[in-house]
Ligand binder design. Structure first.
Ligand code: BV8
Length: 253
């Protein structure tokens, strides 16, 4: 790996990955940047999703109440894109790592299905998924990827005696992220915490590196540019995830 792509902070703790990787607990958190090389738009880059839509207009419960058709169309447009994109070498490197290292937890902020399609079936989607819809009454999720276009008509659930409207199975701003107990437990007990492709703007995801630091884990970032929470990481590798992550994970195995 060329040194120009990364700089290693002075480790201010006597951290070391335990001898032998086999018992080292590794947690990886991914953001929109890991899917960028697959052609999936990020949120805050130049051509990002938030360039066209204000967060409060499409990614809050209030937006869904105020203009459900706008919100529905925003998510259906992103869901349709799943039929046209595929995993990139960064997704594949994580799937390969998971096959070779059992003490591994993958958490994603992303709502696409590229980690699963690369082979990481146990991915924790803390902000929901485009592949499924959620009943507004029972809160049960059901997969809906059998057809490319769901149209603008709201779909009704099959789980309630009186069918209820289905909403995007997404965690909006102001809503509680999913599986946080599992996430905190994994991060509080890991030896190595790696963040890939995230601007570090959205909490509680952006604060997980601090949880890892407090737990005494080594913290590493792979990102195109230095994010808002760059100072929280022991080691930073700047560049494209598809190019850097295979090398970084390969060195760990
Ligand atoms: C919560 C689903 C309590 C939607 C998302 C006022 C009222 C209420 C809440 C708040 C408030 N003020 C602040 C908050 C908290 C709020 C928040 O953080 N707001 C921000 C705007 C300040 N958070 C919440 O509301 C959360 N809930 O706090 O509940 C709670 C707390 C703890 C425990 C229990 C309960 C819920 C937030 C979830 C929102 N939903 N996603 C959708 O997808 O449409 S957030 C969404 O935006 C993503 O999921 C992701 O989390 C975030 C985007 O961040 P990134 O993934 O980092 O993407 P971004 O484009 O920003 O950056 C991409 C990066 O990749 C860049 O750095 C770029 O350089 C890099 N990159 C680009 N290409 C590459 C690359 N890197 C490598 N390789 C490349 N090729």
């Amino acid at each position: 790996m060329n040194d120009s792509c990364c700089y290693v902070r002075e480790l201010h703790r006597g951290l070391a990955i335990k001898d032998g990787m086999e018992e080292t607990k590794v947690v990886v958190l991914t953001g929109a940047g890991i899917s960028a090389e697959s052609g999936v738009r990020t949120f805050r880059d130049g051509d990002g999703l938030w360039e066209e839509h204000r967060i409060e207009d499409v990614a809050t419960p209030q937006a869904w109440m105020a203009d459900p058709v706008l919100v529905w169309r925003f998510y259906q447009a992103r869901r349709r894109q799943l039929f046209d994109v595929k995993p990139n070498p960064a997704h594949e490197a994580l799937a390969n790592f998971a096959q070779k290292h059992s003490q591994f937890t993958l958490i994603t902020q992303n709502v696409d299905d590229l980690h699963e399609r690369a082979g990481n079936d146990a991915t924790i989607h803390m902000h929901g998924r485009l592949r499924t819809l959620r009943c507004e009454q029972s809160e049960r999720s059901e997969p809906r990827m059998d057809e490319r276009d769901l149209g603008d008509e709201f779909l009704m659930c099959k789980c309630c005696a009186t069918p209820q409207r289905l909403r995007p199975d997404i965690v909006w701003f102001g809503e509680t992220p999913m599986r946080m107990d599992e996430i905190y437990s994994a991060v509080e007990n890991c030896d190595l915490f790696i963040v890939v492709g995230s601007s570090g703007h959205v909490y509680p995801a952006a604060g997980l590196v601090n949880v890892a630091n407090t737990a005494g884990a080594k913290t590493m970032l792979v990102n195109l540019e230095a994010p808002a929470n760059a100072d929280s990481f022991d080691e930073i590798h700047l560049g494209k995830a598809g190019e850097i992550l295979p090398e970084v994970l390969g060195l760990l195995l």
